[in-house]
Write a protein that binds this ligand. Structure first.
Ligand code: SF4
Length: 294
């Protein structure tokens, strides 16, 4: 009995959190025209908190959406040692959602090809992307939904800034390099902290990451620590950085491909001429009025 009010309160909190995530995802879907009527959306599920949350929120949005679209959850079983292959099929069957498990031993390939001690992630990610894109092409998928969130996007921005010399992050909607697929990130406005809280509240059957035995990406981990420290010192900083990504001002950056710096002189002369012209006309009117009076 004593525990009941507490449970009721936490279920209300969870409902409020779900409403917030639905609203943020709905806003991102709208802002970037991510999903249209008739779309076949493939939700990539890894078994981590982000992709479970993505599927959960998309299913919830689908129920009240003004347009009809279909969802299929897809997991790539990479044959990593200890991968609990039954967890996702059982969970997805319990939801009644369409799903498919692609079985491809990318783990074996990566282990064979990459020398011991070198990072596995580059090749692994390419193989994974290839498998998912192939499935999408073969099954008439029109949108590929990934669970990246706002913090992933901001971390990527700093990784490119610090180590790549590029002002480049992760787009909420992206055309694949070969032009055949559209990738969408409906959780682009959601923070990782809220996703973690939601995943705990919903008790998703999480599959442990790093079954591959790979070391975490040290550069990304360092950027994550830096952003966390900033956030503690100045709450809202990550949100502000993300907001900056939505409000670029190319004329105050330094990329001549985005802004016509060379054309500034011609614009200045054009404006000067535009300023002189009305004066001349006014003078003209004054002159003819004077003549008429004479
Ligand atoms: S952490 Fe493991 S599964 Fe993930 S990309 Fe790297 S090698 Fe692949």
């Amino acid at each position: 009995m004593a525990g009941q009010p507490l449970r009721a309160a936490s279920s209300r909190t969870l409902k409020r959190l779900q409403a917030r995530l639905r609203s943020l995802a709905g806003q991102a879907i709208h802002d970037y025209a991510m999903i249209a009527g008739g779309d076949r959306v493939m939700v990539c599920l890894s078994g981590g908190k982000d992709s479970y949350t993505l599927l959960d929120i998309l299913l919830s949005l689908q129920r009240g959406a003004p347009v009809e679209f279909s969802l299929i959850a897809v997991n790539l079983d990479q044959k990593q040692p200890g991968f609990p292959g039954h967890v996702l099929p059982e969970y997805l069957a319990s939801l009644g959602v369409a799903y498919h498990i692609i079985e491809q031993d990318t783990y074996g390939v990566v282990k064979r090809v990459i020398p011991q001690g070198k990072t596995l992630c580059g090749l692994c990610s390419r193989l994974r992307r290839g498998a998912l894109y192939r499935f999408a092409a073969e099954h008439g998928i029109t949108k590929i939904a990934l669970g990246h969130h706002r913090d992933d996007i901001v971390e990527t921005l700093f990784l490119n800034l610090f180590f790549g010399g590029r002002l480049k992050a992760m787009a909420p909607k992206l055309l694949s390099e070969d032009g055949r697929h559209i990738v969408i990130r409906p959780l682009a406005y959601v923070s990782e902290r809220e996703i973690a809280r939601y995943a705990r509240g919903r008790a998703f059957p999480l599959i442990p990451c790093r079954l591959c035995g790979s070391q975490p990406n040290l550069q990304r981990a360092a950027v994550k620590r830096m952003l966390r420290a900033w956030e503690l010192e100045h709450p809202g900083r990550t949100e502000s950085i993300f907001s900056a990504l939505r409000h670029l001002e190319p004329e105050h950056l330094a990329d001549p491909r985005l802004h016509d710096f060379a054309g500034l002189d011609a614009r200045r002369l054009g404006r000067a001429a535009a300023r002189v012209l009305p004066m001349t006309e006014a003078e003209g009117h004054g002159l003819s009025a004077g003549r008429a009076a004479r």
